[in-house]
Design a protein around this ligand. Sequence first.
Ligand code: 87F
Length: 521
Amino acid sequence: MRRALTARFCASFNSWRGGSMSECPPPQVVLFVLYSEFVDLSPWPAKMPTARLRVVVNGEMIEYYDISGCYILRPWAMSIWEVMQTFFDAEIKKMKIKNCYFPLFVSSGVLQKEKDHIEGFAPEVAWVTKSGESELEMPIAIRPTSETVMYPYFSKWIRGHRDLPLRLNQWCNVVRWEFSNPTPFIRSREFLWQEGHTAFATKEEADTEVLDILELYRRIYEEFLAVPVIKGKKSEHEKFAGGLYTTTVEAFVPNTGRGVQGATSHCLGQNFAKMFEINFENEKGEKAMVWQNSWAYTTRTIGVMIMVHGDDKGLVLPPKIASVQVIVIPVPYKDANTQGIFDACDATVKSLNEAGIRAETDFRDNYSPGWKYSHWELKGVPLRIEIGPKDLANNQVRAVRRDNSAKIDIPMADLVCQVKDMLDNIQQSLFDVAKQKRDACIQVVHTWEEFAEALSQKKMILAPWCDEEEVEKDVKTRTKGDMGAAKSLCSPFDQPALPEGTLCFASGKPAKKWTYWGRSY
Ligand code: 87F
C-alpha cells in the first residue's frame, strides 16, 4: 500500500523533474520535495514546518500557480472556506450587519488620502499601469484592504443619527505584493477574506461590536477548526496604525514554535472619520463624528488548521469543516459477494447522508483498498468505513478514525448513532489534543535570561511587561537572528494576577501587564 502511494508520488515527482522512478526518495520525504520552490536541504527538524504545508498539494487543497505567491484553491480547500463563511455570514446577519460589494480598484488619489498610515504598506500595493499596449493615464491600485474604497461613501451616506449604525461587510479577495517567503494560506499575494467596516454614533457601541466579532473569530477557530486561540489586545507597536486599538485571536503552532495572528477586530476610533469627513447630526442637532470599527479573517485560518493538526500521514481535518466526513471503502475479496459489498456501501452512504452526515464511497476499480486508505488519510477525512466479506456476513462495518487510528466494528443497526458520536468525539479530541500541546508550549518567565532560554526552546512566552514601545523594539533588536525576531503577540484579556512590585522581564521597570511573546508568522 505504502509502495503504491510512493510510486504515484514518484511518478509525478519524476515527470515534473524529468527523472526516473529509480531515483525515488523514501515515502516520508516525497511529501515535501514535490516543488522546487520549497526544496530545502536543512536537516529534518528545520524542514518540518514546510513539510507540514507541502501536504496541501498532495492532499489536493491547493495547486501551485506560475505567479509566485499565488495559489489555486481546489474544491477540498474551498469547501472548508465555505463552511466557515456560512457560519460567519449567518452570525453577522443576526447582528444586522449587511453584505455589500465595492470595486477591486482604487484610484491613486483616493489611496493617497490615507497616506499617513499607508506609507509603511506602500511597497505592497499592486498597480495596474496598462490596458493592452497603451499606458493608463493614471495607474490604478488593486485593493490591499478597502478603507479608502469605502469610507468616501460612508461620508456620503451618513448624514444624521438615523443613518447610524452603518454596518457593512464584504466577502472578497485582496492583493498584497508580499516579498518575504510566500507560503500557501499563511502568506500569499492574493487571498480571500471578509472585511467588516462599521460606523456608530458612540464609542460604547463600537467597543461592544469589537468584542462580539472577536468572539465569532474565537468560535471559528475553536468550534470549527478545533484550534485553541488566545483573545487579547495588540501592543501599540503591533496594532493597526490607522486605528485606536486592535484585538486579536492568537494561535500557536507547536511544531514550529511560532505564534499566528488568527484574525483581528479593530476599533478605529475617529481617525478615519476625521480623514474622510464622516460626520452626522446627533439627536441634539449638533455635528458629531462617527466611531468606526473594521475586522477581518482570511484564508490563513485554513493554513493554521493544517499546521496544528497535520501529521506524518498528511492532513487531519476536523469533522465540522471536512467536505467529506466519512469515506466508505469497499474491500472485495476474491470470490466473495462483491455486488453485496457494493450494495452495503451504497446503503451505508445513503443512511449517513439522510442523517445529515457528509459521506461518500470510493468505488474506483483502478485502485486497491490499501491505496484508497492512504489517499483518504492524506486528504485528512476524519472517518473511514471499510466493508469487506466478513462485515457483510456479520451485518456490520469497520470504522477507522483518522486522528488516532482507533478501529471499531459498528453493527449496521447502530450506524448513524455511532458515527455521529464518533465524529463529535473526533472534533472534541482534536481540540483537546491541540490545546494540551499548545499549553505545554506556554512558559511563564520573569527575567531576560529565562525569556531567552524559553525562546530558544520555541515556547510561547508569558511575561510581565512595562508596556513601553521602546522596550518592545529593544526586544526585537536583541532577539534578531536566522529564525526571525521575537515580538509581542498579545496581552491576554484573561490576565493572571500581577503582584505589586513585579518587574518587566526586559527593562526591569515596574510591569503593567502580562503579555505573550514569541516568534510569529
Ligand atoms: C497592505 C497594503 C496597503 C494591512 C496593507 O486588518 C494597506 C494595508 O491597510 C493595510 N496591509 N493593512 C491594514 C489593514 C487593516 C484592516 N482593514 C480592514 C484590517 C481588517 C479589515
